[in-house]
Structures are given as structure tokens and as C-alpha cells.
Design a protein around this ligand. Structure first.
Ligand code: ADP
Length: 357
């Protein structure tokens, strides 16, 4: 078989392994019958950072964790160009070791990364002509305003406003595509963040935005919010996306009421919940909404691209957490995600996401 399979005893020695498991590691073996340190095999995280001993799949599985599709970069004299291997590991029944499975995903990852960077370049290049369209539309608007109020002038103004709206939608889509490709590729720089400060910032901005338009100001109720260990820029994007959706997907005339709180859970994680009183998610679509371009409310005039939640999922997963959507028992939706807890007890105030631009 082309997948590698190995059984590792509790003392770190191999009980068995198939030829593919050796080949996938570039033919490098410890020569002792016991697994050597990750540096010996040239094992790295996919972003090229060295893999610590404690992150080895068999070590984590021996500690009781189910390791599922953990991606590793293998680079050594046997595979000088590097190979991306997906590794899964779990304890055997009877506690006498772990089974480790290796699967080569190099081709898939390269293709995915190429597509993502292609999308990024295209999105970036599309912004230029769009800016030109907006500029000329503004020009035309000025000209039309200076013309006498006739049926033809009103017709032209109406057509122009449609062009401007379409261009706004396109800008939104392009920016989402760019955000999606950057959250995919950017190296994350996690630090301890005061989640409460960040949520206060985001909710205040949302209130200001509502005040500047004609929409009712959303009501926010903040419960306990624990400090987390995350990339502040991506965390802001995550929270802003979820709160933005919670405000957006409410029925006309309903004042959005949004509760945000967190709890500490096992595994050094913080679980954050964002609950709204909105229109809710149609049955059977609670998972699909996290797919690229999936929109559950196409009618009803809710603008969007269907990329926001895919970005959120990506951000949470890059931090080792998970995200789900459920129904709010009181009507509306609840988004629940996990992130690592802060490493220090007290986190300094005002870790501003925009400080890293
Ligand atoms: P969009 O740009 O369409 O808002 P998202 O990826 O952010 O894209 O969300 C995907 C879909 O999930 C939305 O089109 C909407 O149908 C649904 N959705 C997201 N958030 C909520 C929410 N808070 N309440 C109800 N439906 C939601």
C-alpha cells in the first residue's frame, strides 16, 4: 500500500512498520528500532518551523490524544525538495502502543497553495480596474447632478447608482477573496490578547456604523471574556466577521441583541460563544455555511459573498481550535469557537490588532 502504517510501543520502539512508512520519511530510519528526535528525520511544521519532540504524532497519541490529519513537512537528504505528509495516530485498544498512519499530500497541497496564490494575485489585480470604474462613476455623477432634472437625467442617475452598487459588491467579494488567501498563507503570530478589549472595540465600531446609517443600534451583552493566545489581527477579523453576521442576519425592524461570553474548558482552551436573536440558520445547513461561497439566505436582500465563515473557520483551525454553528434555543443562532487560553495570568491592556500593519 502507498500509505505508511506503523505501530509504536509505549517505550517509543517500533512494533511494526510497512515499507511505505519508511519511504514517506525519505528512507531515513533511526537504525536503533526506537524513534529518534524529529530533527533526525527532518520533520518540520508546514510553515517550516522545526517540530518539537512533544508535537510528534506518536508522542501526542501516547499521551491520550487522537491525532487527526496533522500535516508535516519532511525534508532530508532522501527528499531534498520536501514532502508534505498527513499523519494520524491513536492509541491501540489495550493500551499497548499507538498506530500511526502516514499519507502523502504533497501534490494536493501544492495545487491548493498555487490556486490560493493565483486567487490572491487575481483579486489584487482586479481592484485596480474597479477603482477606475468608481472614479469615472463619481465623475459621471457630478456631471449628472449639474444637468437639468429631466426623465433622461433621472434614468441615467438610476443606472449609475446600479453600477456603483454592483461595483461595491465586487469590491466586497475581492476583499473577502484577498482576506481568505491571506488567512490561508500568512504566518500566524500568536500573543496573549485581552479578548474583552478586542470585543469592546469591535462592538463599539459596529454601534457607530449603525448610528451613521439608518439601522437600529444593536444591543450587545458582554459576559465573562477570558484572555486568549491568538494572532490579534486574525482574531479581530474572526470576531468582527461573526458579530457582523449576527447584526446582519436579523429580520427587518428587529433590534439585534447579541450576547458574547466565554468559558474555560479542558485542554487549556477557551470556548467563546456569540449568540444572536436573528433569522437563524435553515435546518441542515449548519455545517455547509462554513464552505466557500455557501449562502443560506440568498433571498431576503442580505448582501454578502459567502466567504466570511470560511475565513473564520480557517482562522480558528490555524490556531488549533474548532468552530460550529448551532441554533439559539431562544430563536436565532449561536456560533461557538475554541482558542488556546492565554499563557500568562494577566494580559496587558490594549493589544490593538491594527498595530501590526
Ligand atoms: P456572507 O457573506 O453571505 O454573510 P458568510 O460566510 O459570513 O457569508 O456566511 C455564510 C452564510 O451563513 C450566510 O450567507 C448566511 O446565510 C448564514 N449565516 C451566517 N451567519 C449567520 C447568522 N448569525 N444568523 C443566520 N445566518 C447566518
Amino acid at each position: 500500500m502507498s500509505d505508511g502504517v506503523a505501530v509504536v510501543r509505549t517505550d517509543g520502539s517500533w512494533a511494526m512498520r510497512n515499507p511505505a512508512s519508511v519511504a514517506l520519511l525519505g528512507g531515513v530510519t533511526s537504525g536503533t528500532g526506537t524513534i529518534a528526535d524529529p530533527g533526525h528525520y527532518g520533520l518540520f511544521h508546514p510553515d517550516g518551523t522545526p517540530l518539537p519532540d512533544a508535537d510528534m504524532a506518536h508522542t501526542r497519541a501516547l499521551a491520550g490524544e487522537d491525532v487527526h490529519n496533522m500535516e508535516l513537512l519532511v525534508r532530508n537528504s532522501g527528499v531534498p525538495d520536501g514532502r508534505i505528509v498527513s499523519v494520524s495516530a491513536r492509541r491501540l485498544l489495550g493500551d499497548d502502543g499507538v498506530v500511526v498512519v502516514f499519507h502523502d499530500v504533497t501534490a494536493e497541497r501544492r495545487q491548493r497553495d498555487e490556486l490560493a496564490s493565483f486567487a490572491g494575485v487575481v483579486a489584487h489585480d482586479l481592484l485596480n480596474p474597479l477603482t477606475t470604474i468608481d472614479g469615472w462613476a463619481e465623475n459621471l455623477d457630478d456631471t449628472l447632478r449639474g444637468m437639468p432634472d429631466t426623465a433622461a437625467q433621472r434614468d441615467a442617475t438610476d443606472s449609475l447608482s446600479r453600477i456603483v452598487r454592483a461595483s461595491g459588491r465586487m469590491r466586497h467579494l475581492i476583499n473577502d477573496l484577498l482576506a481568505y488567501t491571506t488567512t490561508r498563507n500568512a504566518v500566524i503570530a500568536p500573543v496573549d490578547v485581552r479578548l474583552r478589549d478586542l470585543v469592546v472595540d469591535v462592538t463599539t465600531a459596529r454601534g457607530d456604523l449603525a448610528a451613521s446609517g439608518a439601522t437600529p443600534a444593536p444591543l450587545f451583552a458582554l459576559g465573562r471574556l477570558h484572555d486568549v493566545h491568538a494572532d490579534p489581527v486574525l482574531l479581530r477579523q474572526l470576531v468582527d466577521n461573526l458579530i457582523g453576521n449576527a447584526v446582519k442576519y436579523t429580520a427587518p425592524g428587529v433590534v439585534p441583541r447579541i450576547e458574547i461570553c466565554s468559558v474555560r474548558i479542558e485542554g487549556d482552551l477557551v470556548r467563546v460563544e456569540i449568540t444572536d436573536n436573528g433569522i437563524g440558520i435553515p435546518a441542515g445547513q449548519h455545517e455547509a455555511i462554513f464552505n466557500n461561497f455557501h449562502r443560506a439566505h440568498r433571498s431576503g436582500g442580505y448582501a454578502g459573498t459567502g466567504l466570511g465563515l470560511a475565513i473564520c473557520k480557517r482562522i480558528v483551525e490555524r490556531h488549533g481550535g474548532s468552530i460550529i454553528a448551532t441554533d439559539n434555543p431562544g430563536g436565532g443562532s449561536r456560533f461557538v469557537f475554541t482558542l488556546p487560553k492565554a499563557t500568562r495570568r494577566e494580559v496587558a491592556h490594549a493589544v490593538k490588532a491594527n498595530a501590526r500593519s
